[in-house]
Design a protein around this ligand. Structure first.
Ligand code: HGY
Ligand code: MN
Ligand code: MN
Length: 417
């Protein structure tokens, strides 16, 4: 690699300003970002992102599920592009960095190469993946899951949100249902920078996480059917209370995950009483369960124990409990060559680092099933994410972006002058 390239550093202030500039699309009173996928704020940031990429000389195209691909020419256009990026959608209680850091650091890498007049051997392709969060439409990491063929485009287009709006209608509503078929833009590899969303790097004062594994994920939709009746005149022994049953299921999910720990977690994140009224015993509830582990056998045990507990609670409380599998993603073992490339770039840049498993799911976890992928983590304050308090430091974000820059250069190669 030429000496210019080997000493290259990204523009820290420009990256930091860009992160905070885009935070205005969905900024909340508490300083978080609420930018649900395919909603008006997502359109605003997508339009901003398209314009910024085009201003950086990239050719932007959109696939049939709205994922955005911004291509930078390389000397040899016959070679597959090196992909880099993440996602711009957020959770309802999202922050400024989840997904945003990786997508905008990718743009900063291109801006830095442009400033330095460096052409890479292979093309580069920045990607903003549609609906990584999975909050409005399930599953999470939706655009990348379809890209690697886990779901058909038709299946995803038909998915509906809580208001009954389909993915297709939402895409058309913001004008991001691209003509390009999903998967058409081939990538030779993919590297993603992301905040850790956990406490390890900060606790160990490490700047970079070299991500070699990712937890597996299981999502369920649950439903409990009891019997609505009068809150005052129905004797306790005669009740078929759906909410009381769910309360036991929530505690069972917590107990099962603790028993199968430390590499197991379980969460009931959504619960909706169908016809709530303060003086009616709840008769019908919909809920969700999210279970994770980096071990397939632990995932099987989480599934088995959850179903046994739900059946026992249902029988004892005389309510009907259904647990439907929505999505199961196996644990990720990132591509060894790419993980080593991240580690080499990190060491050459002199950043403290450690190998780490991702507790969160990421688009790279899907991509790694089809092409070589790897991830770079940086710390976030108190390990907090999916919370409006999510925060990270400029030096850590800069370090992560520099590792992204040099990992990408090591994969793409620098065209000789
Ligand atoms: O669920 C996840 O791990 C990711 O934030 N979508
Ligand atoms: Mn994310
Ligand atoms: Mn997230």
């Amino acid at each position: 690699m030429t000496s210019i390239a080997s000493n290259l550093q990204i523009d820290s202030t420009r990256l930091w300003d860009t992160i905070h500039e885009t935070a205005k699309f969905g900024l909340t009173a508490k300083g978080g970002v609420r930018r649900l996928t395919l909603g008006p704020e997502d359109k605003q940031v997508r339009d901003w992102f398209r314009a910024a990429c085009e201003a950086a000389g990239l050719q932007v195209h959109v696939d049939g599920l709205g994922s955005m691909f911004a291509l930078r020419k390389g000397r040899d256009m016959s070679k597959l592009p090196v992909g880099l990026g993440s996602h711009l959608d957020t959770q309802p209680t999202g922050g400024k960095f989840d997904g945003v850091l990786g997508t905008l650091a990718a743009l900063e890498v291109v801006r830095t190469l442009n400033d330095a007049g460096i052409e890479t051997e292979t093309p580069l392709c920045i990607v903003n993946w549609t609906n990584e969060e999975g909050s409005r439409f399930a599953p999470a990491m939706m655009g990348s899951a379809a890209y690697v063929g886990d779901f058909t485009t038709e299946n995803i287009l038909g998915r509906k949100d809580a208001e009954g709006v389909s993915v297709a209608e939402a895409l058309d509503g913001i004008g991001y249902r691209g003509q390009e078929s999903v998967g058409a833009q081939k990538l030779g590899a993919f590297i993603e920078l992301h905040i850790e969303q956990g406490p390890i790097l900060e606790a160990e004062a490490k700047t970079i996480g070299v991500v070699d594994h990712g937890q597996g994920i299981i999502w369920y939709d649950g439903r409990i059917t009891g019997f609505e009746s009068h809150a005052g005149s129905t004797p306790m022994p005669l009740r078929r209370d759906a909410l009381a049953a769910l309360s036991e299921i929530v505690l069972a999910v917590e107990r099962i995950a603790r028993e199968l720990g430390p590499n197991a977690v379980g969460t009931v994140g959504e619960a909706v009483i169908a016809k709530p009224s303060r003086n009616v015993i709840p008769g019908e509830i919909a809920f969700t369960v999210d279970c994770r582990s980096n071990d397939d056998t632990v995932m099987d045990a989480l599934d088995k124990n959850l179903r046994l507990a739900a059946a026992e609670i249902g029988r004892r409380r005389n309510v009907e409990v259904t647990i439907d599998l929505v999505w199961r993603k196996a644990p990720t073992h990132f591509d060894k060559t790419l993980v080593d490339a991240v580690e080499t770039a990190t060491r050459e840049l002199g950043y403290s680092n450690r190998r780490i498993t991702s507790g969160a799911g990421h688009d790279s976890c899907n991509l790694n099933t089809a092409i070589p992928a790897a991830m770079i983590f940086v710390p976030c304050k108190d390990g907090v994410s999916h919370n409006e308090l999510e925060d990270a430091t400029q030096p850590d974000c800069t370090a992560g972006a520099n590792v992204l820059l040099h990992t990408v250069l090591s994969l793409a190669g620098v065209a000789s002058k």
